[in-house]
Write a protein that binds this ligand. Structure first.
Ligand code: ASP
Ligand code: MG
Length: 421
């Protein structure tokens, strides 16, 4: 059993969908579960729709919904020149239901509303892909992932109930595989015990692929992307990137922890637990080798990896009563930070101050000031870059710090972290 994941870019228009079908057809004999994201930037558009609904901006709501609807219809017109009743009526119903929401009473829970609406992107894309596959190969079955992925009711960040999900996947997927080699399902979405739709967090489709692979004991997962594999740095910030041929699960977890964005961080652990290899491959060049993520650590140290975080701020916290920073302050501070939703990218403490580096988000900083101002002096400095180098040496450090002012360096055996500007 193979699990494939196709992200938004791989299904962004009719040509892209055709390419997905071509890739799937390269594996005619294997059983495949294919996880598909919303088309192109649909999820971003859906977020705008949620906001328009929430703010009761009727006109812009209607306009935005119509835009997304038209986008999908245009793709269908190109894929199915002779019209396609099934997919058209599916989309009509989906988007009519969405249009009607503006006249209906609205839940007071924003995150709940978000999940009910944003999930439509995945439902639409997978239906289109399924119908196109059916036309091409007469072999594909659409599966509603919400029947399989059970979460709690933390909307926008559903936490997976693994036992129940295992049971549901076994129940729903096995019978389908008797009738077809290819199952098409949605990434990113699940449902609660009450059957209400949840999502797993932005970019969560990789995680969906990991969940299905774990529960189905898949032989591998392949994430098909618009890059040749995992690169040792984001080409946005770095020239001459190198593709990583093979890395370990542990290394992939480390890279994701420091901010590499190629794979959703929650994806790796379930695969590691069952030793299911993960391939990152190019949907543009499907025969190329890509990156293999598996148990072997043999290749981890061969290529240094660079992870850049731009627009960082450094926050310093000093007790007003000149007391030292001791365990009690730290435990209080961590508690406050975690409740304020602060994600610390780097930290350091001295006798009288606790410094940390975070992404520049104004509302978070405001929150912090409100909670801590009474007892602490808080200083904020902006305009930093944080670079993490895995498997560094002096040459790699010199390369990224050239022309920069180094503010802070932290090194462990494998990892160097440098705050600079
Ligand atoms: N469509 C969702 C998003 O863009 C999930 C995903 O693509 O992984 O965040
Ligand atoms: Mg997406």
């Amino acid at each position: 059993m193979l699990v494939f994941k196709f992200g938004g870019a791989s299904v962004k228009d009719a040509e892209a969908v055709k390419n997905v079908a071509k890739i799937i057809s390269l594996f005619p004999k294997e059983k495949k579960l294919v996880v598909v994201s919303a088309m192109g930037k649909t999820t971003n558009s859906m977020e705008e729709i949620v906001d328009a609904l929430w703010n009761k901006s009727t006109e812009s709501f209607r306009y935005l919904v119509d835009q997304v609807y038209q986008y999908h219809i245009n793709v269908c017109e190109k894929l199915f020149p002779d019209s396609h009743e099934g997919v058209n009526s599916f989309l009509d119903e989906l988007f009519e239901g969405l249009q009607n929401k503006i006249n209906q009473p609205l839940s007071e829970n924003y995150d709940f509303v978000y999940d009910q609406i944003v999930s439509i992107g995945e439902l639409a894309s997978t239906k289109i892909v399924e119908c196109y596959l059916l036309e091409q190969t007469e072999q594909a079955i659409w599966l509603d992932a919400r029947l399989c992925i059970r979460t709690d009711n933390s909307y926008r960040n559903g936490s997976v109930d693994w036992l129940k999900t295992q049971e549901l996947i076994t129940t729903h997927v096995s019978p389908l595989l008797k009738n077809s080699n290819t199952i098409v399902t949605q990434g990113f979405i699940g449902s609660t015990t009450e059957g209400l739709t949840t999502t797993l967090g932005r970019e969560g489709s990789d995680y969906t692929a990991g969940i299905f692979a774990y529960c189905l004991n898949a032989s591998s997962v392949t994430i098909w992307k618009d890059v040749p594999g995992m690169l040792n740095a984001d080409p946005k910030w770095f020239d001459n990137t190198i593709k990583l041929k093979q890395i370990s699960f542990q290394e992939a977890i480390e890279l994701a922890y420091y901010g590499a964005t190629v794979i959703h961080p929650k994806t790796i652990k379930p695969l590691q637990n069952k030793n299911i290899p993960l391939f990152v491959k190019s949907f543009i060049d499907p025969h190329a080798e890509g990156t293999e993520i598996s148990a072997s650590t043999e290749f981890d140290h061969l290529v240094p990896s660079f992870i850049f975080k731009m627009n960082q701020i450094k926050v310093g916290i000093t007790p007003k009563d000149f007391s030292f920073i001791v365990e009690e302050n730290l435990s209080h501070l961590f508690d406050v930070l975690s409740r304020a939703g602060v994600h610390i990218n780097l930290m350091q403490n001295s006798a009288i101050s606790f410094d940390f580096v975070i992404d520049n988000k104004q509302n978070v900083i405001k929150n912090l000031f409100q909670i801590l101002e009474k007892e602490y002096v808080i200083t904020v400095e902006e305009g930093f870059e944080l670079v993490t180098i895995r498997h560094y040496d002096q040459k790699t450090i010199d390369r990224v710090t050239e022309d920069k002012q180094i503010i802070l360096t932290q090194k462990s055996e494998q990892t160097a972290r440098i705050l600079m500007r």
